[in-house]
Design a protein around this ligand. Structure first.
Ligand SMILES: Nc1ccn([C@@H]2O[C@H](COP(=O)(O)OP(=O)(O)OP(=O)(O)O)[C@@H](O)[C@H]2O)c(=O)n1
Ligand SMILES: [Ca+2]
Length: 500
């Protein structure tokens, strides 16, 4: 009887023990998973921002970049979220009215102020980088270029961002940062993949940058930039040709045609039927053409189109110098260039022009591209205007020249062949970001590309949490099984109601 009573007293324990164990087990699992999730959860969508102003020779553009806050100095993606084209010409055109250069940036800056969240304003770096237009102004009149920078700096500092200064980029920087942008956006750097060369055609200068396996940089150190990015070493060849942007090249070509100072310049690079009276001074103002001043001092000339691609090609070729090269190989003007190694991304004016001409498909044979351009150049000007009523006349008049210049620069200048032409891709954007030097410039200045590959967690976050949860459940089941396995040792008890 006494043993029976003892069992009866213990009996109620059997179920409560299991309930308590289950409850504790479930709480433990929930706690474990919650801690794991909270500890490793990416911070709630918090973003950081950076702003870069590209003060080009023909215009200024503002770019806003955004990246997840916790991925600073890591492998995080930086993306362009907005761009704003500044109204009016490039800042170098304001040499005689510098204050207006600062004023011109206001509308885009106000847009940026609205788009970057207010609480991030003060920590958002703001950079202005100027390229060939300001390089030329600085050569021509350095005090005028200083005044433009002063005015631009004063205007930018009125905004609540963290202003980091305005400066002229060197040609090497412009080329190298364009290359960094393209390869960063293509994910080639992080993964250590073969890189893409960068071809940038601006209004006043043009850049070529690529990695060539059999080039160590020793032959022409000033064309060599070395990087260590994500644990890989890169020896980049880069060169910037000042004056070989498409606007300055047009001036040089025209100045070359008009070097005898005629009253009418018959230009094969303009459409038949095109005619305009122009000031001779436009052909020899600025450092790219000042030495081509014609002897005769006529004030104006009649610019008349002839629409002949082959003659245009010859005229364009005349602004390249192929006569001297002190290196093993050169592109033009005695500049060293190693063997081309593709693929290449060609952006800015390369894209604008080839896209307008419907010639961005580089799988089309080069000869066919030339034939198509030949027909385009020969098309009468009035027909061209009828076909493109929405295109700015200044741009429209120049596409025959620009297309011819691009093909001549690529083949005669850089030595692309009919075969390697297809290694080039004419691009505007990669994902949501414009191809150009600005992103690479900001990534560099904010130290956002580490030299070494950061240790990445072996598992993605979701995988990590799932595995942790499965292990926790397994452990709990094992624990229950263990408790149940001890059952034979438990004191026996009867489920029969006790009849006293
Ligand atoms: N839809 C467009 C836009 C621009 N352009 C021309 O393309 C050239 C280069 O533009 P861009 O790359 O913006 O040159 P910048 O950056 O201003 O010049 P640089 O890099 O030499 O300082 C300019 O002649 C511009 O007139 C064009 O033909 N079609
Ligand atoms: Ca540019």
């Amino acid at each position: 009887m006494s043993a029976q009573r003892e069992m009866k007293e213990k009996n109620p324990w059997q179920t409560p023990v299991m309930i308590i164990i289950t409850v504790i087990g479930v709480i433990a699992i929930v706690a474990l998973v919650t801690v794991a999730v909270l500890q490793n959860r990416p911070l709630l969508q918090k973003y950081k921002y950076g702003i870069v102003l590209d003060a080009g020779s023909s215009h200024t553009a503002l770019y806003i970049y955004e990246w997840p806050a916790e991925k600073d100095n890591n492998t995080g993606r930086v993306e362009q979220t907005h761009s704003c084209k500044v109204k009016g010409p490039g800042i170098s055109s304001y040499a005689s009215a510098p204050l207006e250069a600062g004023e011109s940036l206001r509308a885009c800056m106000q847009e940026a102020e609205k788009l970057v969240p207010g609480k991030r304003h003060h920590e958002t770096p703001l950079y202005l980088g100027a390229t060939a237009g300001m390089r030329l102004l600085n050569i021509e009149n350095s005090s005028a270029s200083d005044k433009v920078f002063q005015a631009v700096g004063d205007a930018l500092q009125k905004f609540p961002f963290s202003y980091q200064g305005a400066r002229i980029l060197s040609g090497q920087e412009e080329g190298a940062f364009g290359w960094v942008t393209v390869n960063y956006l293509d994910d080639r750097l992080k993964q250590g993949l073969e890189t893409t060369g960068a071809l940038d055609l601006g209004g006043a200068s043009t850049q070529i940058s690529f990695v060539s396996n059999n080039y160590d940089g020793s032959e022409s150190p000033r064309n060599s930039v070395t990087f260590r990015l994500y644990g890989n070493d890169y020896n980049l060849y880069t060169h910037s040709f000042l004056c070989y942007g498409k606007d300055q090249a047009l001036k040089m070509t025209l100045a070359q045609m008009a070097k005898e100072g005629p009253a009418t310049v018959f230009d094969p690079c303009f459409h038949p039927g095109y005619t305009a009276t122009k000031n001779y001074s436009i052909l020899y103002d600025g450092p790219c053409v000042s030495d081509r001043k014609p002897q005769a001092a006529l004030a104006t000339f009649t610019h008349t189109g002839k629409g002949n691609f082959l003659q245009c090609q010859e005229a364009v070729k005349s602004v390249f110098n192929f006569t001297y090269c002190k290196y093993s190989r050169c592109s033009f003007n005695g500049v060293f260039q190693p063997l081309l190694q593709g693929p290449f991304g060609a952006f800015s004016a390369y894209y604008f022009v080839m896209n307008f001409l419907n010639l961005t498909d580089t799988s089309i044979p080069l000869e066919t591209v030339k034939d198509s351009l030949k027909r385009y150049c020969a098309t009468p000007w009035n027909q061209i205007m009828l076909l493109h009523p929405d295109v700015k006349l200044k741009y429209l008049a120049e596409y025959c020249f620009s297309g011819t210049y691009i093909l001549t620069l690529l083949t005669e200048g850089y030595n692309f062949t009919s075969k390697s032409y297809s290694d080039i891709k004419f691009i505007k954007k990669i994902k949501s970001s414009d191809a150009g030097w600005t992103l690479g410039y900001m990534l560099n200045l904010t130290n956002m590309i580490p030299a070494e590959n950061p240790d990445s967690p072996p598992l993605p976050h979701v995988g990590y949490v799932s595995i942790l949860s499965v292990i926790a459940v397994l452990l709990f089941i094992l624990f229950i099984l263990f408790i149940l396995s001890l059952r034979p040792l438990w004191p026996r008890c009867s489920k029969q109601p006790q009849i006293v």
